[in-house]
Ligand binder design. Sequence first.
Ligand SMILES: Nc1ncnc2c1ncn2[C@@H]1O[C@H](COP(=O)(O)OP(=O)(O)OP(=O)(O)O)[C@@H](O)[C@H]1O
Length: 257
Amino acid sequence: MQNPLLEVRSVSAGYGSKLILRDITFTVNRGDFLSIIAPNGTGKSTLLRCIGGVLPVQKGSINICGQDIRAFSRRALAKKIAVVSEEDATFDYSVYQTAFMGRFAHISRFGGETPEDHRIVQQVLNDVGMWEKRQVNMSQLSQGERQKVLIARALAQCPELLLLDEPTSHLDIRNQFLILKLIKELTAKNNIAVIGVLHDINLALRFSTHLALLKDGRMLAYGSPDVLTEEILGVMYGLNFVLRHYEGYVYVQPSYT
Ligand SMILES: Nc1ncnc2c1ncn2[C@@H]1O[C@H](COP(=O)(O)OP(=O)(O)OP(=O)(O)O)[C@@H](O)[C@H]1O
């Protein structure tokens, strides 16, 4: 049987002596779109940093394609995992140069870049609607446009797992929908998986195959979107919520009572 794409086993992690994540376990398979949902400061970005190999785990292990991520070089891991996060955004380059950075892990040290690298960059910039602005400097873009370019850079990496840390926080409602729809389609087409931190629970419910619900650094529930209930939302956010079903989708709203 094929290994799961990602196995997170009993992971505890944090910063120095400050433990943030406690005993987190889940697996992700190809085709999955997992959204991590939790209140501010719970450890969502910390979890993505561990999976991306940026923050070492203190206990437990993280395997990708059956191998511990600690066994990978940075370059080898970049072929498996791409991250979209504003943390590592640089603004001194053009849109094209920024998206092209996604190809670095694939470019052979001796052969140099190939027409295929440029074809992929053109494709991803077209996909996110930023090809027309390819020569513009990143510093001259709106925050939403920058976010689209960072998504293009990650897609150019042709990863097996895409990590998205609030990838649509600066996008308008149309672009949020279109970008997540694009990512979902690419997940299916390329047989990859996505783990996203999305604060908009309704967007998460629209696109996710799986949800991970965290509180105080621990996993409260993990599974299909059915794990989200009014009760569990109340526990997570300390507020009453109502869940409504409409045209096959579930929507969440805070209740005023
Ligand atoms: N580099 C760091 N050094 C020390 N503590 C940190 C560091 N980064 C984050 N933290 C702390 O870890 C905790 C979890 O932070 P994290 O960014 O993972 O939360 P989050 O769930 O992604 O939050 P948000 O929804 O607000 O983005 C917070 O208490 C935060 O203060």
